[in-house]
Unconditional design. Structure first.
Length: 134
């Protein structure tokens, strides 16, 4: 139609091939929000955290998780612990997991709490891990 023929085409959307936190050298707090679907794998979580420059001094990391599947299978706990052991997280004082348990999830907050603490045992021993139902 004549009215829509004059409208410009929207610009193309281009996503970056990679995302890095390396430029964020003054980062002291970081919050991540992500869903865990039924068969989800989230390799981007430890990969993203591993991009932080050693100069960053992250004191607080908060993960807001919408749990619909298995958190045990979704995260590579060894890679996550390794990323958090880097110099960028040397000042880490709080590692918070707020978990939204969706109906039908076959876990309770106690099981999720135990899983997170097991997967991040070195940080739990330091007393920085906190898990709560959101």
């Amino acid at each position: 139609d004549a009215d829509t023929a004059l409208l410009p085409h929207p610009p193309a959307v281009a996503l970056p091939e990679s995302v890095s936190l390396a430029p964020c050298t003054a980062l002291s707090a970081l919050a991540l929000r992500f869903p865990v679907h039924y068969s989800a794998r989230l390799p981007w979580v430890p990969a993203l955290l591993a991009t932080l420059a050693p100069a960053a001094r992250v004191a607080s990391l908060a993960c807001d998780v919408r749990l619909l599947g298995s958190l045990r299978d979704a995260l590579d706990w060894a890679a996550l612990a390794a990323a958090l052991a880097a110099d960028a997280f040397g000042a880490l004082q709080a590692l918070r997991f707020a978990v939204h348990l969706w109906p039908g999830v076959h876990s309770d907050i106690g099981e999720v709490d135990a899983l997170v603490r097991e997967g991040l045992a070195p940080f739990d021993k330091r007393g920085v891990v906190q898990v709560a139902k959101a």
